[in-house]
Design a protein around this ligand. Structure first.
Ligand SMILES: Cc1ncc(COP(=O)(O)O)c(C=O)c1O
Length: 372
C-alpha cells in the first residue's frame, strides 16, 4: 500500500467542474487582480469567521507583514512570538525592521506559553504573535490579558488554523487581527498563493487595503508608500467554492485524528497530539512525537508512507536568525519538539485502511508491532 502525505488531487476531484466554471467566469470578466471575485470571497470569509472584515492579500506572509506595518510596527520595535513556527512569522517582523523576540511553548499544546511572556517584555515590545500551530489555537485568554495590561497589539498567526476554535471563538478573530495563508496544502487552500487578514477594526482594514495596493486611496492617488500584495481573482473564485466545504472537511480530519489516537493508544513509544479542553483542533498537521524520529521516518518511506517534519530546526537556531544572538538551550521545549515531531498523512480523503497501515508501519518502526 502507498499512503501519500497529502493528496490534493483527490481533494479537488469532486469539484473539478465547479472550478472550471468559476475560473472561466473570472476570465470572461477579466477580473484577475483584486476585483469582484476577491470582494465576494472577502465577504464570505469574514462572515465565516464571524469577523467584520476580511482583506484578501497575496499570501500569508503578506497578511502578517502588512498587518504589522498597518499597526505602526517599525524600526526598533520588538514583537514576541514563538520559535516553533514556519519562518514566515519571523520574516514578517523583520520586514518591518522590527526584532522578533521568542518565548518557549507549552509542552502539551506546542503553542505560546503565556507564562513566558513577562520575562520577554521590554519597553520596545509592541505586539505579540501567537501561532495556532498545526490547527490548535494558542491559549488566547491569558495572552490577550497580558497584551491588554501592557498596551500591546495581538496579531494571530492563523495560517494553519482555518475554522479552528478557542472556547467557541474562531481562530483569527480574538486579537487585533488574524492572518491566514491559503497556500495550496492548507485546510483552505488556493490554486496558487493567497492569504487574508480578518479584523473588526475599520481603520486597520483601510490601512491594509491601501498597503496591499501601492498605497492607493483611489486610483493613482497614493496616500502612502505601499506594495503589490493583491489577491488574484482566480484564487478568490476557487476559495469561494472550497470555503463551502471547509467545515465538513475539518470534521473528517478530526475523525481521522481520533482514529489515529485510538490506534496508537497503548504504544508507549508514540506520543499522540493533545487537544486542549478549550480547543476545536482542525489538524492541519497530525504530528506525533517519537524518539529516533529520523529512523522511524526512514522506515515509513520504505513502507510507502509519506511523512514530514514541521519543523526540524526552531527559528531561533536557523542560520537566517543568527544575528538575533540566540543559542541552543534558549527554548528547551521548542528544541526538544523539533527533534521528536513526525507529521503523518492527514487529509480528508484518507481511508480507514490507510490510517491502519500508517499506524502499523509506525508501530513496526518503534519496535512494538501491533495487530491492527
Ligand atoms: C504558521 C505559518 N505562518 C505563516 C505562513 C506563511 O504563509 P504563506 O506561505 O501563504 O506566505 C505559513 C505558511 O506555511 C505558516 O504555516
Amino acid at each position: 500500500m502507498k499512503v501519500p502525505f497529502l493528496d490534493l488531487k483527490a481533494h479537488h476531484a469532486p469539484f473539478i467542474e465547479k472550478f472550471d466554471r468559476a475560473i472561466r467566469e473570472v476570465i470572461e470578466n477579466s477580473a484577475f487582480a483584486g476585483g469582484p471575485f476577491v470582494e465576494k470571497f472577502e465577504e464570505e470569509f469574514a462572515t465565516f469567521c464571524g469577523s467584520s472584515y476580511a482583506i484578501g492579500v497575496g499570501n500569508g506572509t503578506d497578511a502578517l507583514w502588512l498587518t504589522l506595518l498597518a499597526l505602526g510596527i517599525g524600526e526598533g520595535d520588538e514583537v514576541i512570538t514563538v520559535p516553533n513556527t514556519f519562518i514566515a512569522t519571523a520574516e514578517a517582523i523583520t520586514y518591518c525592521n522590527a526584532r522578533p523576540v521568542f518565548v518557549d511553548v507549552d509542552q502539551d499544546t506546542f503553542t505560546m506559553d503565556p507564562r513566558e511572556l513577562e520575562k520577554s517584555l521590554t519597553e520596545r515590545t509592541k505586539a505579540i504573535i501567537p501561532v495556532h500551530l498545526f490547527g490548535q489555537p494558542a491559549d488566547m485568554d491569558p495572552i490577550l490579558e497580558f497584551a491588554c495590561a501592557n498596551g500591546l497589539f495581538v496579531v494571530e498567526d492563523a495560517a494553519q488554523a482555518h475554522d479552528a476554535e478557542y472556547k467557541g471563538r474562531k481562530a483569527g478573530t480574538m486579537g487585533d487581527a488574524g492572518c491566514f495563508s491559503f497556500y495550496p496544502g492548507k485546510n483552505l487552500g488556493a490554486f496558487g498563493e493567497a492569504g487574508a487578514v480578518v479584523t473588526n477594526d475599520p481603520e486597520l482594514r483601510k490601512q491594509i487595503q491601501m498597503l496591499r495596493d501601492h498605497g492607493q486611496s483611489q486610483k493613482y492617488y497614493h496616500a502612502l508608500m505601499g506594495w503589490n500584495c493583491r489577491m488574484d481573482g482566480i484564487q478568490a473564485a476557487v476559495l469561494s467554492i472550497k470555503l463551502r466545504h471547509l467545515c465538513a472537511a475539518n470534521s473528517v480530519r478530526r475523525k481521522h485524528a481520533s482514529q489515529y489516537n485510538q490506534a496508537f493508544d497503548g504504544i508507549d513509544e508514540v506520543h499522540t497530539p493533545f487537544e486542549a479542553a478549550y480547543a476545536r483542533h482542525v489538524y492541519h498537521v497530525y504530528a506525533i512525537r517519537v524518539q529516533a524520529r529520523d529512523a522511524v521516518r526512514q522506515h515509513l518511506q520504505e513502507k510507502g508512507v509519506g511523512s514530514a517534519v514541521h519543523y526540524p530546526v526552531p527559528i531561533h537556531l536557523q542560520d537566517a536568525c543568527r544575528n538575533l544572538g540566540y543559542t541552543k538551550g534558549a527554548f528547551p521545549i521548542a528544541e526538544s519538539l523539533a527533534d521528536q515531531f513526525l507529521s503523518l498523512p492527514m487529509f480528508p480523503e484518507l481511508t480507514e485502511e490507510q490510517i491502519e497501515y500508517v499506524v502499523s508501519s509506525v508501530s513496526q518502526a518503534v519496535g512494538s508491532e501491533v495487530l491492527v
